[in-house]
Each structure stands twice: as C-alpha cells, then as structure tokens.
Design a protein around this ligand. Structure first.
Ligand code: GTP
Ligand code: MG
Length: 205
C-alpha cells in the first residue's frame, strides 16, 4: 500500500435505539462474550481489534454509542471521522427499525462525511434468536436497497453472523479511508477525537 507501514486505524461506529444490542454486538465480536444483563451505555465507549484486510493489517476502532436520546447531543464530535457506520436495530421491534432513518440522517448532518451520498452504511438486524420477529429480512433488505446500504442480520446472544458485518465494515471503511482520509492527510495514521467515555480494554487478537 505504501512505504509507511504503520497500521491504518479505521473508525467504525454503531448507532441505533437503546436496547437493540449495540454493546452486546461489540462485546461479542471483540471479546467473544455475552451477558443477558442490560446496562445502558453512558456517553460512549470504544474497543479496538486488528483485522487482516486486502493483505494489510488494519486496526478497527469500534465506537459504541448510547441509544438514549439524552446522549445524542454528543453526536457532533462522536460521528466525525467515521469510516463506516453500522445502523443497528432489533428484528423483534418495528420501532427500532423505523428509527434508523432518523439515525442515518442525523449521522450525515452531524458527522459531515466528505461524500454523504456515497458514505458506507451497513444495516444490522440483531436478536434473530428470538421468536417474536416483527421486521422481515425482505423488508429490511428493501429499505437497504433504497438507501444504498448492505444488510446483515444475526444474534449477539447466540453468536450468529457477528463477524461478517465487521469484516465488511473494515473493507468498506478501508475504501472510504483511501478515498478521503489518505487524500487529505497524505499519510496512513489518522487522528480521531477522543471519546468522552473511558476507553476499556483493547483486544489485538
Ligand atoms: P444502549 O446502550 O442503551 O444504547 O443499548 P444497547 O443497544 O447497547 O443494547 P445492549 O447491548 O445493552 O442490549 C440490550 C439488551 O438486549 C441486553 O439485555 C442484552 O442481553 C440483550 N441482547 C443483546 N443482543 C441480543 C441478542 O442477540 N438476542 C437476545 N435475545 N438478547 C440480546
Ligand atoms: Mg450500549
């Protein structure tokens, strides 16, 4: 990619209503853990994980945000500099799916990506292990086609298909990085604004 072999850091952000499972998804992917206990995220939090993409190691900085409205004012500094955004909903709740349109619009306004119409969004339906499904795969895919996003679904609880969206987020994020961040900075290391929450343990597995 370049003579400069410092790893690229990609900022991947998870947004969506409270309780859809953003923290659970991040913890399942990075730490391979899950708990049924619900502890609402306060402010924000991030975990790092190194992945091998297109022959290069990249460091994914995965930012987990609070779904509660009272923390949405954090949006501006939080969303900026993202390379890929995962819009998360709960397949057993139509309300969480409908809310994604607002989350997406808010991300575009507050995050100010360089090329909003081509910014990589992935949509992730969580809790497929539950029987009381309200949002079908077909309905979710239809909306994704409308907005030009890719669709994934699975279960953080049962560890079903939790890798795929992050692998894709890394690929799409790397494309976004090469197109914009690299052009602007001319080198690989990016700087991000620090989240307000205290960063937790990192995983380089
Ligand atoms: P906020 O931090 O408030 O925005 O919520 P969140 O989106 O981070 O949700 P969180 O990961 O805390 O999960 C909320 C609840 O849903 C917890 O009780 C989890 O155990 C549960 N949960 C998360 N993922 C799944 C899943 O795949 N299946 C089931 N059955 N429950 C899940
Ligand atoms: Mg959370």
């Amino acid at each position: 990619m370049s003579e400069d072999k410092r790893p690229v850091t990609l900022k991947i952000i998870l947004i969506g209503n409270s309780g859809v499972g953003k923290s659970s998804i991040m913890n399942r992917y990075v730490n391979h853990r899950f708990t049924n206990m619900y502890r609402a995220t306060v402010g924000t939090d991030f975990l790092s994980k190194s992945v091998h993409i297109d022959g290069d190691w990249v460091s994914l900085q995965i930012w987990d945000t609070a779904g509660t409205e009272r923390f949405q004012s954090l949006g501006t500094p939080l969303y900026r500099g993202s390379h890929c955004c995962l819009l998360v909903f709960d397949v057993t709740s139509t309300a969480t799916f409908s809310a994604l349109d607002v989350w997406r619009k808010e991300f575009l306004v507050q995050g100010e990506p360089e090329d909003p119409s081509n910014f990589p969004f992935l949509v992730l339906g969580n809790k497929t292990d539950l029987g009381n499904r309200e949002v079908s795969r077909r309905k979710a895919q239809q909306w994704c086609e409308e907005i030009g996003a890719e669709y994934f679904e699975g279960s953080a609880k049962e560890d079903v298909d939790m890798e795929k969206p992050f692998v894709r987020a890394a690929e799409r994020g790397l494309q976004e990085y090469k197109k914009h961040t690299l052009e602007n900075t001319g080198h690989f290391q990016i700087t991000c604004e620090q989240p307000r929450g205290t960063p937790r343990n990192t995983c380089e597995c």
